[in-house]
Design a protein around this ligand. Structure first.
Ligand code: EPZ
Length: 418
């Protein structure tokens, strides 16, 4: 149980690496369950959610080696029809992405229901309805989903909502189904395209990923995965906002500007100078940021995973802005903690109205989930005095050695045991 301690008021400057994308690496690791050939995955971030994923895969019978930092060799040849237990699924709901691959390869899967989480109820009804469209028999009892299918059959799936997880689960399942599958209203996130690219490398017949209509021609079996994970656009966006909130100049190496266009548009309108290169993005903020209103939306709209970080910036911007959270029903847990730091934020259902102030004041604050915790770190960088962020295990789920990386940019930040 560590805490992060920040002395605010230091302008950040320099270069930092984006690192591999957590939300791409998780489904990619689960996709290795689709084959009995050895898989190699590179640029995997060293974060807690990846470690939980590896524990789950090993519990299912996989053998995992790490020849180099960020490189994983995964062998699922001795995995059998098995169960993803509650104690791991409740820790990380992305574990529900074992359902599609296990069902497709073994004709049976038993996976714990993820349950709710801090940011919302997050049901899995869209996943289950879509797998049933591919011919799976789905039973739910005792907190588990039991799915059976001799062999999945290709079908026409219309997702009720563009769910990232449901698109990934069904796309993976359909790769080994008999015949063609069409997924309509599919999610378009870059992590979906990264998964589809890796699956194509394994011999899958996938087209249309990145659009809302994906077509999959099922095959008998898949070969080995050899893939390098895309850069983490949410981590990259977080570090760009860290630069902006301290009036600094930060370059994020490895970041893909095309994956960040909605954020970069907002930062430009706030007065940031933005420099886009093929594999890096840099921002410079010389003046007090101008307030700009945002509404979260599925990709390519403004990502809900950057909503809290942007709200921290709006707290010290010039003017009034609204932030509409349209994806999750309970993703304003950071607001009361920002108010404890002196922020002026009014909540009304899915809308937060933020009146920008000259500065915030450092305070002890409590992290509640991954993105809320990093929002408080950003606020602490801009605040006068000392901020202590408690429960940083949330942060470690998705950010690799954040205090070291921010220190390298000039922040006064350290980790301390509670
Ligand atoms: C992914 O979660 C990400 N996680 C989330 O990032 C991200 O916030 C989210 O997509 C939206 O962009 C990973 O990739 C591991 P969804 P996922 O299914 O797949 C509702 C982070 O901070 N829904 O697109 O779970 C759901 O409740 C995390 O890194 C249903 O109603 O998100 C939500 O309101 C947090 N029924 C909305 O759809 C379903 O069956 C979007 O959820 C599925 C989803």
């Amino acid at each position: 149980m560590d805490k992060i301690v920040i002395e605010g008021g230091h302008r950040l400057g320099g270069t930092i690496d984006a690192g591999g994308a957590k939300n791409a690496a998780l489904p990619l690791l689960f996709a290795t369950l689709l084959t009995d050939e050895l898989c190699r995955l590179k640029n995997v971030p060293d974060v807690a959610d990846i470690r939980t994923t590896c524990r789950l895969l090993e519990q299912l019978g996989a053998r995992i080696r790490r020849p180099k930092p960020g490189e994983f060799l995964v062998d699922c040849s001795s995995v059998g029809a098995s169960e993803a237990p509650y104690e791991l699924v409740r820790k990380m709901r992305a574990s529900f992405l074992t359902l599609g691959p296990l069902l497709a390869r073994f004709g049976r899967a038993r996976v714990s229901q993820p349950g709710g989480c801090a940011i919302g109820s997050r049901p899995v009804d869209i996943h289950l309805a879509a797998l049933a469209r591919l011919g799976a028999t789905i039973e739910q009892e005792h907190g588990y989903v039991d799915a059976h299918a001799q062999r999945l059959e290709g079908g026409h799936v219309i997702l009720e909502g563009p769910s990232v997880g449901a698109t990934e689960n069904v796309m993976m399942a359909a790769t080994l189904a008999d015949g063609k599958t069409l997924i309509e209203n599919a999610a378009r996130e870059p992590e979906i395209v990264d998964l589809a690219t890796a699956l194509r490398g394994m011999g899958a017949g996938i087209r249309g990923d990145g659009s809302s209509v994906i077509e999959i021609e099922g095959v008998e079996s898949l070969g080995a995965m050899k893939h390098t994970v895309i850069p983490d656009r949410i981590v990259a966006g977080t570090y760009l906002i860290a630069g902006a909130i301290t009036g600094g100049a930060v370059l994020v190496r490895g970041a893909r500007p095309d994956h960040l266009s909605s954020l970069l548009d907002v930062l430009s309108r706030m007065g940031c100078r933005v420099a886009r290169e093929a594999d890096s993005v840099a921002i410079t903020m010389e003046n007090v940021p101008r307030s700009v209103s945002v509404a979260t939306a599925p990709y390519p709209g403004f990502p809900t995973d950057l909503q809290a970080q942007l709200m921290a910036l709006l707290c010290v911007s010039d003017g009034l802005a609204t932030v509409d959270e349209t994806i999750f029903e309970n993703r304003f847990m950071h607001v009361q903690e920002l108010v404890r730091m002196g922020a002026d934020i009014r909540l009304n259902g899915h809308r937060a109205t933020v009146r920008g102030l000259r500065s915030l004041s450092g305070a002890p604050v409590m992290a509640t989930d991954l993105r809320a915790s990093v929002c408080l770190v950003l606020a602490g960088l801009a605040a006068e005095g000392t901020t202590e962020v408690l429960r940083v295990y949330h942060l470690d789920r998705g950010y690799e050695r954040i205090e070291e990386k921010l220190s390298a940019l000039g922040a006064e930040i350290r980790r301390e045991p509670m």
